[in-house]
Structures are given as structure tokens and as C-alpha cells.
Design a protein around this ligand. Structure first.
Ligand SMILES: Nc1ncnc2c1ncn2[C@@H]1O[C@H](COP(=O)(O)OP(=O)(O)OP(=O)(O)O)[C@@H](O)[C@H]1O
Ligand SMILES: [Mg+2]
Length: 257
């Protein structure tokens, strides 16, 4: 059964690479699903890390996000179940690497994902989009389709500069393409409480963006980084780890926000 979506659509976005977008998409998705909120993950990155991190082989799946953007498949046709109850996925495919250029030549190039999301299968409460590390057309499609952006930020020196640029993009998208786009929050990732740098960056980001920084801090945790090689989210790989606790806390914080 299909419905016009009332699901929250969260774009996990940061143009900087390696800050924890994919890790957050997978583990936030799994933690929300564990709380009985059905989640649809959308892998919008040609690297297909969300797809392979959940133990699926992008090359062996029939449909992908590529067909969705091309208007050749619906969400229902493109989505697959994962090994996590209540967590489904629209996978990515390496073909998506060319999509940025192909999209540029299509009509309504920024709104193709939003159009595809007009029909989300009934029961899905939350869609989480894992974006590539750029602010190109794929990410623009995510921001146009989303109700909120979640911004994982690594506790490092250049974080603030990237945030300024991203929040400027938020304003641009709001004024031109999607007036409803909110900021779900800035999520500090790979936080290492033993280093002064982590604390200094946290303090500075809190000072400059007081309303946006989330309470939950994601610690640097080896269980988080090894979970994808087992094709699992951290809450399944090691349910008692600090990483699992942090992503569960994040899910609760976002549900309360
Ligand atoms: N909290 C954490 N603790 C330890 N390792 C982490 C943590 N978060 C992410 N990592 C590791 O850091 C690397 C980058 O994370 P991830 O792939 O989630 O970033 P990304 O922003 O999606 O990268 P890209 O921009 O390339 O898509 C991965 O190897 C991941 O396992
Ligand atoms: Mg990624």
C-alpha cells in the first residue's frame, strides 16, 4: 500500500569526507528501528558504503537509487529488507557515480528525489538519506526532499569552516527549493574525551551554534568502526558497547526534539 509521505526525511549531510555520515545513517536507522519506528535508509552515495555496511552486495541487487532518480523505479520497487527488523534500504550502485552529470541534463534536476518520495510505502515513519561528501546535485536532491538535515561533524580543527558553509547552503536551499528544511542538529562524532582538541572544538561549535549542537556525543569507538565489516549496525555487533549506547541515545534525543 502506498501513501503520500508524512514520514520525517532526514538527510545526513556534510561535504567533508570521513566525518561519520554513513556510520550515523546506519546506526541511527538501526536504533530508531529497534525502538519500533520503521526506517527506510536511502544510500545516495556512489561509494555504496551504507549498502555494503549492512552486508548487501550493491552489484547483486536488481534496483538502486539510480533507477529512482531516473524515474525508472518506485521506492517500493527499489527497496530491500535488511537483516535488521524494521529497517529497509534503497541501495546504491556504482552507476550512481555518473548520475551527477546525467542529472545535470535532466528536467527538474534538483527535485527528482522529492518526486520519488511522494510515494513512500505506508508504515515507514522515518527516511534517512546517506549523502556523498560533496554539495553537488545528489546532495541537493537530498536537501530538497528532506524535512531536516543532520550534520555529523568530526571534532577537528577545520570543522567550523565546513559548518559555516553547510549552514549557508541550508539557507540557500530554504529560500530557493525547500522552505521547510530544518536543522535536526549538529552531531559531534569520533569524540575523544582524552584529547583537548575534542573538548576545544566542542566548546567552539557550541558557542557558535548554540541551538543546533546535539547533547549526544558519539565517542571514538572501535566497535563502531568494525561493525560494517560484519555487515551489521553496532547495536547488533556489540549491543553493550559505548558506541551502541551513544547511537541509542541519539535516537531518543531526536525523537524528543
Ligand atoms: N565513532 C566512531 N568511532 C570510530 N570510528 C568511526 C566512528 N565513526 C566513524 N568511524 C570510522 O571513520 C571512517 C569514516 O566514517 P564514515 O564512512 O561513516 O564517514 P562518511 O562521512 O560517511 O565518509 P564519506 O564522506 O567518505 O562518505 C570509517 O572507517 C568509520 O568506520
Ligand atoms: Mg559515507
Amino acid at each position: 500500500m502506498l501513501t503520500t509521505t508524512r514520514a520525517a526525511v532526514i538527510a545526513v549531510v556534510n561535504q567533508k569526507g570521513g566525518v561519520g555520515k554513513t556510520t550515523t545513517a546506519i546506526n541511527l536507522g538501526a536504533a530508531l528501528a529497534e525502538l519500533d519506528h520503521p526506517v527506510l535508509l536511502v544510500d545516495l552515495d556512489p561509494q555504496a558504503n551504507t549498502t555494503s555496511g549492512l552486508g548487501l552486495d550493491p552489484a547483486r541487487l536488481r534496483h538502486s537509487i539510480y533507477q529512482l532518480l531516473a524515474g525508472e523505479a518506485t521506492v517500493e520497487e527499489a527497496m530491500v529488507e535488511t537483516a535488521v527488523p524494521h529497517l529497509s534500504l534503497v541501495p546504491s550502485h556504482i552507476d550512481l557515480a555518473g548520475a551527477e552529470i546525467e542529472l545535470a541534463m535532466l528536467d527538474e534536476r534538483e527535485t527528482r528525489l522529492r518526486k520519488a518520495f511522494q510515494e513512500i510505502p505506508a508504515g515507514v515513519e522515518c527516511v534517512i538519506i546517506d549523502c556523498p561528501p560533496s554539495l553537488g546535485l545528489l546532495t541537493l536532491n537530498a536537501l530538497t526532499a528532506a524535512t531536516a538535515m543532520l550534520i555529523p561533524t568530526q571534532c577537528e580543527y577545520f570543522a567550523l569552516e565546513g559548518l559555516r558553509h553547510l549552514l549557508y547552503t541550508h539557507q540557500l536551499v530554504r529560500s530557493r527549493l525547500n522552505p521547510k528544511l530544518e536543522v535536526a542538529g549538529i552531531l559531534m562524532t569520533q569524540f575523544d574525551s582524552r584529547t583537548t582538541l575534542s573538548w576545544d572544538v566542542l566548546e567552539e561549535v557550541r558557542r557558535t551554534h548554540p541551538t543546533h549542537v546535539l547533547k549526544t556525543l558519539i565517542p571514538r569507538n572501535v566497535r563502531i568502526s568494525e561493525a560494517p565489516s560484519h555487515g551489521k549496525p553496532v547495536i547488533q555487533h556489540d549491543p553493550a558497547s559505548r558506541g551502541a549506547a551513544a547511537y541509542r541515545a541519539l535516537a531518543k534525543e531526536l525523537l524528543e526534539r
